[in-house]
Design a protein around this ligand. Sequence first.
Ligand code: FAD
Length: 396
Amino acid sequence: MAAVESYDVVVCGLGAMGSATAYQLARRGVRVLGLDRLSPPHRFGSTHGDTRVTRQAIGEGLAYVPLAQRSHQLWREIEAQTGAELLTTNGLLVLASPGLQTRHHGKTRFLETTIEAARAFSIDHEELSAAEISSRYPQLRLSGDESGYFEPGGGFVRPEAAVSAQLELARRSGAAIRTVEAMTGYVQDTDGVTVTTTAGRYAAGTLVLAAGAWLGAILGEPYARDFAISRQVLHWYAVDGPIEPYLPDRFPVFIWDRQPVSFYGFPAIDGRDGGLKVAAEQAVPSATVDDVSREVGTGELYGFYDAIVRDHLPGLARRCIRAVTCMYTTTPDGDFVIDRHPEHPSVVILSPCSGHGFKHSAAIGEAVAATVAGEVPVVDLSPFSLQRLRPQSVPS
Ligand SMILES: Cc1cc2nc3c(=O)[nH]c(=O)nc-3n(C[C@H](O)[C@H](O)[C@H](O)COP(=O)(O)OP(=O)(O)OC[C@H]3O[C@@H](n4cnc5c(N)ncnc54)[C@H](O)[C@@H]3O)c2cc1C
């Protein structure tokens, strides 16, 4: 085997979280190696499908607001440095009927918490009645008892472009980025870790595990049971009639909290040919990444249209232009885990973001990099400790 190369930090996984962390480490002058078993951005993890919802008032909890706000600032900086188009603030609408018991990303009272967050952080927004929503967006068919939240600074981020831009900036700052090289194991040494991969062996002071849905398999039990994998399906339906009402300047990103299942959608960012992306959270668990079926059957496409799309977006045709699968990695309470491994103090666990992590990823990467580099992070990561899930584990 080749001689062991030495780095300050190895980042395992270069999706949303790992690419942000590698970039932020490299710009601090930290000697970083980023590894990925595939070649990001790719369509086999959790960071693909053209768009991710972003918003500043976070219905999953107020602790997330500084992360989203900082990410918006960082994306603008990254856009300026690379010329990439990442963040589009065409407006974000959250709507719900009163008294809902549904969960969105594991949380009830999603609309109420969103409004509470907007008020607490003075985020520009409007609170709308069903009549106001219908008159502004006749493309949506409401039942009439909904109320809504509109955030003009919300919208969508382009996940693949964000990963590419951050990897480019990481390389420019001196990071070693190796793709199609999988980590096969690591050992906690007295003063760091030794990482083995399909191509070699590396010594590092810190290992950041940003492996997304593969994280549980790397950590093993008892940790793996806290990181459930589920298959999700994204659909792009064709628009009947003129496309103009669905373009980003006339149609917002929306999250519709409804019984029995919430769903969300985006404007037609690629015009008529691209259609409208619509999806709902699915809680179908998979034991391992390898069990996740990548095929989407025609029954699934028609079933989703008949159950949800037809009644709420009557301008969409019963014709799916494209569909892809993606994976959530979800913790029992739906909140993130960003923490040191309780038994391996040189290892940082970074990925399980329960289906709502992308909008926070730039700031998470910055905060993890700052912490590893011995700085005080600009956002607080303490709400995301592993210890809250396993109070019996030994803190590092
Ligand atoms: C369908 C869907 C919709 C979503 N919608 C939103 C949204 O609207 N807004 C939002 O904010 N968030 C959303 N999310 C969540 C968000 O996209 C994820 O939280 C985020 O992208 C996860 O990034 P990650 O870096 O943890 O994982 P990934 O991007 O999957 O990266 C993990 C990487 O690790 C690599 N890897 C794994 N094992 C190894 C190994 N042994 N060695 C080397 N490399 C390895 C993989 O190849 C992969 O590239 C959504 C997620 C899904 C699936």
